[in-house]
Design a protein around this ligand. Structure first.
Ligand code: PMP
Length: 427
């Protein structure tokens, strides 16, 4: 065990998850690459769990942050902040939510917590619908709506949560159905549930489950859910913490793949927008956002320095059509990985969209999750110079690929070759 690892273990909580047998210490990065303390270079296919949206040390973001740091780090959200207003205006426009209001937080957890505060207040109900296998953060309320048991350490939630089928296509009672039957069975299940409970405040869902292993429900599921919810006045919260900003290629937000008749009532975001600076936030219709009748501020939500990073990063993303890049390069990568997977019984499926790609591993010849293989593959990939993530339900048996959105075709090819080698080594 390295000295730093031992010190980490001695002073930080046991439940603070760490990757790798011999955990990595990353010292710097550039573009799609990072370097560790021993000088090893890695191609980064995980981008700090999707926090590095565009590129490591993107010069435009570095310049905006350092210039801002040279002026002032932060005053207070009690004073006007031009960059906060500007970023909010741009996000409101991009959200497609009519008369949208934006509130900035410091994390995805705080964003979802705020969404829950709004929805429960607006609807005067503390009952929430959430998806099985979901992940929404680590606060007391967020773990209370997190269906993924590996990440939900308490059952003493302040909310009453009902878990709904649909987020995961590969396992569960509806797995054998085709897409249309899957959607209609999930809708039937939801409708039946709603017939037996107090009116819920909202349904919260990740369009593609992130921590859950980049699962892909059939397109149209959330549109069908939306119809059921709208009829009953139940709000739809789309957790776009991982799926936002064009990562999925075809769409700017994950919910758009579902062809819903209208946008969600509330949308939450975090991770990539600050390219490493901690920005989270909530977008909601004005009547929902303004339903609170007491003051509420976040001391660090919307600081000058994080807003400067967010503006520079979003500008770069849009000007360089990184959503288009995610579609093109991600499409090639998915194709290449599917060709490899077809030869390897340990791979059950390669799924996802754009640069959000999941690879589900199973015990060959069975449908059983294979968490040991997932751990072995991420170790082997690291040894080959590639960082990837893992995820899944109770058994962490999926590999997660989410590189910075500036990934080039050559880098996609290079990463796919390392990954192929890693997958073959665990056959
Ligand atoms: N929602 C989703 C979908 C997430 O993936 C995460 C983080 N993994 C969160 C919320 C929580 O975000 P944070 O860690 O910034 O609090």
């Amino acid at each position: 065990m390295s000295d730093l690892h031992a010190r980490h273990r001695a002073v930080l909580p046991d439940w603070l998850a760490l990757y790798y047998e011999n955990p990595i210490e990353i010292t710097h990065g550039e573009g799609r690459h990072v370097w560790d303390a021993d000088g090893n270079k890695y191609l980064d296919f995980f981008g700090g769990i999707l926090t590095t949206m565009t590129a490591h040390a993107l010069p435009e973001v570095t310049k905006a942050v350092t210039e801002q740091a040279g002026r002032i780090l932060h005053t207070s959200t009690l004073y006007l902040n031009r960059t906060m207003v500007e970023l909010a205006e741009r996000i409101a426009r991009l959200s497609n939510i009519p008369d949208a209001r934006v509130f900035f937080t410091t994390s995805g957890t705080e964003a979802n917590d705020t969404a829950l505060l709004l929805a429960t207040t607006y609807r005067r109900s503390n009952q929430i619908l959430a998806m099985r296998n979901s992940y929404h953060g680590r606060s007391f309320s967020a773990v209370g709506i997190t269906g993924n048991r590996s990440w939900s350490p308490t059952s003493l939630s302040p909310l009453q949560t009902l878990y709904v089928h649909g987020g995961v296509r590969t396992r569960g009672p509806f797995a054998h159905l085709d897409d249309d039957e899957f959607i209609s069975s999930c809708v039937e299940d939801l409708t039946d549930l709603l017939g037996h409970v107090r009116p819920p405040a909202a349904l919260i869902a990740e369009p593609i489950q992130g921590v859950g292993g980049f699962t892909s429900p059939p397109d149209g599921l959330y549109a069908a859910f939306h119809d059921v919810l709208q009829d009953r006045g139940i709000l739809w919260i789309s957790d776009e913490v991982q799926t936002g900003w064009g990562r999925t290629g075809d769409h700017f937000w994950g919910w758009q793949a579902h062809g819903a008749s209208g946008p969600p009532d509330i949308l939450t975001f975090a991770k990539g927008i600050g390219n490493g600076m901690s920005i989270g936030g909530v977008v909601a219709r004005a009547d929902i956002m303004n339903c609170l009748d007491a003051n509420s501020i976040s001391t660090f939500g919307g600081t000058q320095i994080t807003m400067a990073a967010g503006l520079a990063n979003l500008t770069y993303l849009l000007e360089h059509d990184l959503q288009g890049n995610a579609r093109r390069v991600g499409g090639l990568l998915i194709e290449r990985l599917r060709a490899v997977a077809a030869q390897l019984p340990v791979v059950r499926e390669v799924r996802g969209r754009g640069l959000m790609i999941g690879i589900e591993l199973v015990r060959p010849g069975t449908d059983q999750a294979h968490p040991e293989a997932a751990s072995a593959v991420i170790e082997a990939a690291r040894a080959g110079g590639l960082l990837i993530g893992k995820g899944g339900g109770h058994d962490t048996s999926a590999l997660r690929i989410a590189p910075p959105l500036t990934l080039t075709v050559a880098e996609a090819e290079e990463g796919a070759a390392i990954l192929e080698h890693a997958l073959r080594s665990v056959q």
